[in-house]
Design a protein around this ligand. Structure first.
Ligand code: DOR
Ligand code: ZN
Length: 348
């Protein structure tokens, strides 16, 4: 007898892009309805690189919450953008102000990563301070070497950089964000209790064929790019394994539809509108719905040393159709799976 409804402790999104201004106002209610808390990525322009910038950004996020009802108690967990110039003092201030982590973007790896780290040798003092203070390093794990195939960038990053990082900073808490490969799954499984990974809904649901089926599909283009079926299966096995080192992080990354649907289209899938429903589909297909709660609501909080949420939310088996477009300031936003029918629906 399949489940017809599923009640979970309120979940968290451990990897989210909220943007700023009108875009923030448009997307925040979607995440706040689904998640009690979210780790907010700092890749604004200019980047959120200081404690002062993070405090101001946090206030703008709070101001975008619904005034009352569902989502009005949403809590943003702030991060800072690691740059070649991040000082040990900034790390100490970050710790004191409750910043949960620093995001490492190799310069040039993705959207708004030009202020990122050009060489890990420039951030040794900051990493040392993070290790001592117990501040997490959140890693976009892809090399930017143009000679490395785009589908191999994560596996090569692990070989070239992550092994050495772990060796040099054995007590540093690290999250390999949005893992996309069998190598990522395996590395995290074997790296010990201070290493974890987030996994997105799109990397669990789709392989790279989705980007090319029936013509070029820009809404399925994100970074790290979708990989082959073998890798997708390894991710599903990891997410549904019950192992505490894997947890939910949507990497929901809104871009105006017009900026995705043109040459040089932007990278990012917008999944915040229906994230839990998408994950539920994955867990159900794997026969592991009873493990969704730990993945969505326990493992990430435990890893980051946060209390588990109180309260619950309920998913019902109830087909519904995702809107074609959502308002996005002056523009429009196309959710992943726009116009398609989903099997699960979050109850109000
Ligand atoms: O697809 C992506 N979009 N990957 C990232 O790493 C950044 C994100 C964004 O901010 O748009
Ligand atoms: Zn991201």
């Amino acid at each position: 007898m399949p489940f017809d409804s599923l009640t979970l402790t309120r979940p968290d999104d451990f990897h989210l892009h909220l943007r700023d201004g009108a875009a923030l106002a448009a997307v925040l209610p979607h995440s706040a309805r689904q998640f009690a808390r979210a780790i907010v990525m700092p890749n604004l322009r200019p980047p959120v690189a200081t404690v002062g910038q993070a405090a101001a950004y946090r206030q703008r996020v709070l101001d975008a919450r619904p005034r009352e009802g569902a989502g009005s108690d949403f809590e943003p967990l702030m991060t800072l953008y690691l740059t070649d110039r991040t000082s040990a003092d900034e790390v100490r201030r970050a710790k004191a102000q409750g910043i949960v982590g620093f995001k490492l973007y190799p310069a040039g790896a993705t959207t708004h990563s030009d202020a990122g780290v050009t060489d890990l040798k420039h951030v040794q003092a900051a990493l040392d301070a993070m290790q001592r203070e117990g501040v997490a390093l959140l890693v976009h794990g892809e090399v930017v070497d143009p000679e490395v195939d785009v589908f191999d960038r994560e596996a090569v990053f692990i070989e070239r950089h992550l092994l050495a990082l772990r060796r040099d900073f054995p007590a540093l808490k690290m999250v390999l964000e949005h893992i996309t490969t069998r190598e990522g799954v395996q590395y995290v499984a074997e790296a010990g209790p201070l290493t974890a990974a987030t996994i997105t809904p799109q990397h669990l649901l789709y392989n790279r064929n989705a980007i090319f089926s029936g013509g070029l599909q820009p809404h399925w283009y994100c970074l790290p790019v979708l990989k082959s079926e073998e890798h997708r299966r390894a991710l599903v096995a990891a997410a549904t394994s019950g192992k505490p080192c894997y947890f939910l992080g949507t990497d929901s990354a809104p871009h105006a539809a017009a900026l995705k649907e043109h040459a040089g289209g932007h990278a990012g899938c917008y999944t915040a509108f229906s994230a839990l429903e998408l994950y539920a589909e994955v867990f159900e297909a794997a026969g592991a719905l009873e493990r969704l709660e730990a993945f969505a609501s326990f493992h990430g909080a435990d890893f980051h040393g946060l209390p588990r949420n109180r309260g619950t939310l309920t998913l019902r088996r109830e087909p519904w159709t995702l809107p074609e477009r959502l308002p996005f300031g002056d523009a429009e936003l196309k959710p992943l799976r726009a116009g398609e029918t989903l099997a699960w629906r979050l109850a109000d």
